[in-house]
Every structure is written in structure tokens, then in C-alpha cells.
Design a protein around this ligand. Structure first.
Ligand code: 2RA
Length: 329
């Protein structure tokens, strides 16, 4: 496979290169692409150095797949140009996610809907991916009525500048500023921009993308997304109300047997998911599973995943793997 990675010098881009290598994706030619200021610089993949190329050079090489992680503006402008030369684009930005003609894919849930005609495929938001991987099998069994989610999101979700801000603050240096406030020793109830309804864009991504991926507009979702000074991954407190009652042991069993999910639920021995342990892992971790005693048919759980992995790079590479395996590229 000739594969382009657009945004190869960014945090997610770097993770995509690692995941391609780790999962032994059949790369015959790697084309790293980045903004004009990075063209000519080098990235490492599988022990070799590759020179970063421009968008135009990459399009001329007609890769079979291009994985984009370079922001919505870049995707809107250049993904259709790749698609025109026959490349299948897997896009990490929010640009195409809610487009009615574009599929929003979490492979464990809806990759079977993909066809050769899908030339721009959207990768969902990180905080949405880790939640729906767990919600979907529970929805199939008990039908979800409503979800209330609060997130605790890593600075890595904002990008390199935010990681630098946290580290600079910790070192007492006046430096990078990715947020409107200090992030170290602080919590910001603010991810992405505020919208007219009082929610942030990140919160509405969780609401809208969940319905689209799970193919059910009747699922009610409300979300509060929060940035915390943590590196390894995003955590989520999720309250789910089902149509039907459930058996707690059966819920645990469903979670434990869900593809890509690891049950870590032994509170008596202080075992529960934490971002420090999820860091660098492709799986989604679930714990603190318990009945919501305030309301019928309701469950509380805690979900953690490395947002740069299953929340971004791994999910995108899994889509690419599905395309190759099913001869869709
Ligand atoms: C964040 N959801 O964590 C974003 C990254 N896509 O800010």
C-alpha cells in the first residue's frame, strides 16, 4: 500500500506512524505530508528516515490511502483533491463527520457499511470513540434511552502546544499558551469553542456523533467536557439509562467480551482504569461498573483510553486495515 500521512509531524501524525509499524500495516511506500514550514524535514518510520513532502507532490503520487490529521481547514480543502485521484481518505478532523454523505466509522461498530465508493471516511472525535465502543454492545442488549457523560480529557488532545504549556508551567517557565487559563493544578470546563446553546463544540460532538455512529437518533446524550492536566488519555464518567432492566453480572460479561475493551473492575484491590495505564495502549478500559441507585434501569461506569491511540491513530489505522482486508482500496 502506498500510504500518505497528512500532518505527519503532529502528535497524532507521529502516533499514526507508530501504530502502522506496530500493527504491521502493509506499507510499501510512505508519503509523509505536512504544512509548508515542515516540508523538507524528516520523520522516522520503521527505522528509516523519510522527507516530508508537500500536499501537491503527495497527490501527484496517487496513494491508495491518505490518513489526515492536520485540522479541519486542511481536510476540507485537500481531502477532495486526493479523492479525485482515487485515494481513499481517512480523516481525523471534524470537517466531514456530520456530512450526510460521509460515513463516520468506528470499525467494531459500523465498518461493514463501507464500500469502494467511500472516498472520504471520517474518524470520530476521541472522546466519542472510547464511549461508543462500550455503549454499542450494551445498547444492543438493553436499548439505551439516555446517556449523561462528563469527561476528564488529557492535554494531548489539544496538541503539542498544550503539552508544552503544561510542562512550561510545571517548570515555572513563561512559555507556550494553548489555553486561556493555567492548566497545571487546574481544571478547565472548556474544550473547543462555546456555541450559542451554551455547550462547547466538543460536547456537541459527543451528542451528535454518538447517534450517527450507533445509527440511532433516539439515544439522548448530554455531555460536559473538561480538560485536566494529564498526559496519558481521556477518562469519562458515564451514566446510562436503559429501556430495560439489566443484570450487573451480565453487563460485566458483555463489557469483558467486547472486542477492543478490557474490563478493569476490582475496586476492593484498587483496580480501575487510569490514563497513566492506558497510555500507549490500543484498548478501551472500563471499570467502576455499578447500578445507579437513584433511578430505575440505570448504570454508572468509568471509561479510559489513550486519546491519541483508539481515540485517533489506532481507529484510523483499523479503518485502513478493514479497507485492505475487504479489498475496498
Ligand atoms: C480534544 N477531542 O481532546 C479533542 C481532540 N480531538 O481536545
Amino acid at each position: 500500500m502506498r500510504i500518505a500521512v497528512v500532518g505527519a509531524t503532529g502528535l497524532v501524525g507521529g502516533e499514526i506512524l507508530k501504530v502502522l509499524k506496530e500493527r504491521k500495516f502493509p506499507v510499501t511506500e510512505l508519503i509523509p505530508v505536512a504544512s509548508e514550514k515542515s516540508v523538507g524535514s524528516q520523520v522516522e518510520f520503521d527505522g528509516k528516515h523519510y522527507t516530508v513532502t508537500s500536499m501537491d507532490e503527495a497527490i501527484a503520487l496517487k496513494p491508495q490511502i491518505a490518513i489526515f490529521s492536520a485540522g479541519g481547514g486542511t481536510s476540507l480543502q485537500h481531502a477532495p483533491r486526493f479523492a479525485e485521484v482515487g485515494t481513499t481518505v481517512i480523516d481525523n478532523s471534524s470537517a466531514w463527520r456530520m456530512h450526510p454523505d460521509k460515513k463516520l466509522v468506528v470499525p467494531e461498530i459500523n465498518a461493514h457499511t463501507l464500500t469502494k465508493e467511500d472516498k472520504i471516511i471520517a474518524n470520530p472525535n476521541c472522546s466519542t470513540i472510547q464511549m461508543v465502543v462500550v455503549l454499542n454492545p450494551l445498547h444492543k442488549k438493553y436499548k439505551i434511552k439516555r446517556v449523561v457523560v462528563s469527561t476528564y480529557q488529557s492535554v494531548t488532545g489539544t496538541g503539542k502546544k498544550a503539552v508544552d504549556q503544561l510542562m512550561d508551567e510545571r517548570a515555572g517557565i513563561e512559555g507556550a499558551k494553548a489555553y486561556p487559563h493555567k492548566i497545571d493544578l487546574n481544571v478547565l470546563p472548556h474544550i473547543d469553542v462555546f456555541l450559542e446553546n451554551g455547550y462547547t463544540k466538543e460536547e456537541m460532538k459527543m451528542v451528535n456523533e454518538t447517534k450517527k455512529i450507533m445509527g440511532d437518533d433516539s439515544i439522548k446524550v448530554t455531555s460536559t467536557t473538561v480538560r485536566i492536566p494529564v498526559m496519558g488519555g481521556h477518562s469519562e464518567s458515564v451514566n446510562i439509562e436503559f429501556e430495560q432492566d439489566f443484570d450487573l453480572a451480565e453487563v460485566r460479561n458483555i463489557v469483558a467480551h467486547t472486542e477492543g475493551v478490557i474490563l478493569q473492575d476490582d475496586p476492593q484491590n484498587n483496580i480501575y482504569p487510569m490514563p497513566m495505564n492506558a497510555h500507549g495502549r490500543d484498548e478501551v478500559f472500563v471499570g467502576r461498573i455499578r447500578r445507579d441507585e437513584s433511578q430505575a434501569n440505570s448504570l454508572n461506569l468509568w471509561i479510559v483510553a489513550d486519546n491519541l491511540r483508539k481515540g485517533a491513530a489506532t481507529n484510523a489505522v483499523q479503518i485502513a486495515e478493514y479497507l485492505v482486508k475487504n479489498k475496498l482500496v
